[in-house]
Design a protein around this ligand. Structure first.
Ligand code: ADP
Length: 594
């Protein structure tokens, strides 16, 4: 049996990074509090009866005993009998009163006592109390997996122990040897370059530990809080990160099941934004209850656009016509495709600025996100073109017409990576019961916010409520390049009342989802585990490219869920109120059918 008392504020105020001493005080308080709770839990456990019955029994006992004793004392005073002479029933009543008082104090008084125990920090509480994110909806979703505060029993969560070296207690760093000490000194003095440590030592973890210590000494700044142990530094060498000194921890939550194209997915999201996962989770619930969402992959091709310069615009135009001539495509693709069995040239689109030519190569890349693959193919073609265009001056293999990690109309219009559209029909009842709003309010909010409002703001690909929230969280969890969130979050969210205005048709169209399931950060242990959860880990041997395409559809489906939930929270919270305020409708919009 569990005592379902809410955690006190004192119990919630644990904050990693406090000085060790205050941690000890905090830890002792926590232990004491947990023991108190456990004691009362155990007492109740012994009785093996429902909590409300034991509470009822002790309440009745307390008041009955108190009433009996008062009655007896009044009787004694009236008859002038001595008060200190007790009968057997008096003794039984006193014992019952004390016992029930101890029980009631233990059960109901602890919360009060804990709330007056001095707290380690006020900051944490502020964060706890102030929930002003506009996608704050967790309380509306009664499902247990919600990650918001209300769903978490903090009495069961041990605080992180801050160590002197900054890693968690579960991963205390190994001590540095005398040899290490010498190397640290030489790094601090500059005689050993920090970047050369991995190559020199042949031990990536040791190199990171030495670099970290040298950095702390030379900068005079502590890296406490940034863990060192518990990470495979070999796995990032030459691929993911140079000169590591530790790693940042980001919590991973799950939203789902997301019912997409007839299958269920549990979507991992790495984020520190409270309630984002809960919000997406609620959207998933609405989609599920309405029969699921479907996706269509419209195109799949990664792009790279080098810039070359000629002595005249006409010469630049000559190359443009050559590249765009269908008769030359076969020879160009033969050259391009040499670099990888997965990279297949799809088309070349050119743009001219004076005598400069920008050639946007697009190719399929299998399960890789494909930046390296397309770059290698482009390099092959540039080398090949030098024979016929020896006056071509290659300025850069990337001329920004690609366009990578920058908001650009070319990606919004032409697409980059995977272009996906995802749609669902959300039933009127689900909109009302799960999303706590109505179809008319959602359609109107979408028109005024995501379409008109975004047009007023002059956005590029930003006709949505918060696609980037979901994209970034999934990208970080699954080892994608988070910087590609810029164009991957391009999304237009459409909403329309269908089925005689009863139900809601919602869609998200995302032209530039850049994802892969091989290469880059996808091969790291944590990220690879998240890909595995979605059953898209690594290369798909039977059908290369299927894993990354599936991942792109899951991203779009999750964005659909996120859009649904946030838009509903906004519609329920603001739009309905404003309707009433401005008297456009005298009725409560949330209670009428659209
Ligand atoms: P990116 O091009 O996304 O930057 P990489 O350069 O790491 O990624 O390329 C992916 C590597 O994985 C290539 O060497 C490629 O040959 C290999 N590979 C193995 N299986 C696949 C697959 N199914 N799809 C794409 N690449 C694959």
């Amino acid at each position: 049996m569990d005592i379902r008392r809410p955690p006190s504020k004192a119990m919630r105020s644990g904050k990693a990074g406090e000085p060790f001493k205050s941690y000890q005080n905090y830890s002792n308080n926590m232990k004491q509090q947990q023991q108190n709770l456990k004691a009362s839990s155990d007492a109740v456990l012994l009785l093996r009866v429902p909590l409300y019955i034991t509470n009822g029994i002790f309440f009745t006992l307390f008041f009955s005993a108190a009433y009996f004793l008062l009655h007896r004392w009044r009787e004694k005073i009236r008859t002038s009998a001595p008060l200190h002479i007790l009968s057997l029933s008096d003794i039984a009543a006193i014992v019952s009163l004390i016992a029930s008082f101890i029980y009631l104090l233990g059960f109901f008084g602890i919360g009060f006592l804990l709330s007056i125990i001095p707290r380690a920090s006020h900051d944490h509480e502020d964060a706890w109390d102030v929930h002003n994110n506009d996608h704050l909806i967790a309380k509306e979703d009664s499902r247990p997996p919600g990650p918001c505060a209300a769903a978490i029993d903090y009495s069961l969560v041990p605080p992180v122990l801050p160590c002197t070296n900054g890693s968690s207690n579960a991963a205390a760093p190994l001590p540095l040897s005398q040899d290490d000490e010498e190397i640290i000194k030489s790094v601090v003095s500059g005689s050993t370059p920090s970047y050369s440590l991995e190559a020199k030592l042949g031990d990536c973890r040791r190199a990171a530990a030495i670099r970290r210590e040298a950095l702390q000494r030379s900068s005079g700044r502590s890296l406490e809080g940034l863990p060192l142990e518990g990470f495979d530094y070999d796995s990032i060498l030459g691929q993911c990160c140079e000169m590591p000194v530790g790693y940042v921890q980001i919590p991973v939550g799950v939203a789902g099941p997301l019912f997409l194209d007839g299958k269920e997915y549990t979507v991992p999201m790495a984020t520190t934004e409270g309630c984002l996962v809960a919000s997406t989770n609620r959207g998933c619930k609405a989609i599920y209850a309405s029969g699921g969402a479907t996706t269509v992959l419209l195109r799949d091709g990664m792009t790279r656009a080098p810039v070359v310069r000629f002595s005249s615009a006409s010469r630049a135009a000559e190359l443009k016509f050559f590249l765009e001539d269908p008769l030359n495509f076969e020879s160009l693709s033969l050259v391009f495709n040499r670099s990888s069995r997965f990279g297949k040239l799809q088309y070349i689109k050119c743009a001219i600025a004076g005598k400069n030519l920008y050639m946007r190569f697009s190719c399929s890349t299998g399960d890789a996100m494909g930046m390296n693959m397309v770059s290698k193919g482009v390099q092959n073609v540039l080398d090949f073109l030098q024979d016929d265009f020896p006056d071509m001056d290659v300025i850069g293999i990337s001329g920004n017409f690609c366009s990578d990690k920058k908001p650009a109309a070319v990606n919004w219009i032409e697409g980059r990576g995977k272009s996906v559209v995802c749609e669902a029909i959300i039933k009127e009842e689900v909109v009302r019961k799960v999303l706590k709003t109505n179809v008319a309010a959602l359609v109107e909010l979408n028109m005024l916010k995501n379409l008109t409002g975004s047009a007023v703001a002059g956005v590029l690909g930003g006709f949505n409520a918060h696609a980037s929230n979901i994209v970034s969280a999934i990208y970080i969890a699954t080892g994608q390049d988070p910087a590609q969130n810029v164009e991957s979050s391009h999304c237009i969210t459409m909403m329309e009342a269908v089925n005689d205005g009863k139900d809601l048709h919602i869609s998200v169209t995302m032209p530039s989802i850049e994802v892969g399931t091989v290469g880059g950060g996808t091969q790291l242990a944590s990220q690879s585990a998240c890909l595995n959860l979605l059953d898209v880990k690594g290369a798909n041997r039977d059908s290369p490219g299927s894993n990354s395409r599936l991942l792109a559809t899951i991203v779009a489906g999750s964005v659909l869920a996120g859009e649904l939930s946030l838009m509903s929270a906004l519609a329920a919270g603001q739009l309905v109120k404003s309707h009433l305020k401005y008297n456009r409708s005298s009725k409560d919009m949330s209670k009428i059918s659209p």
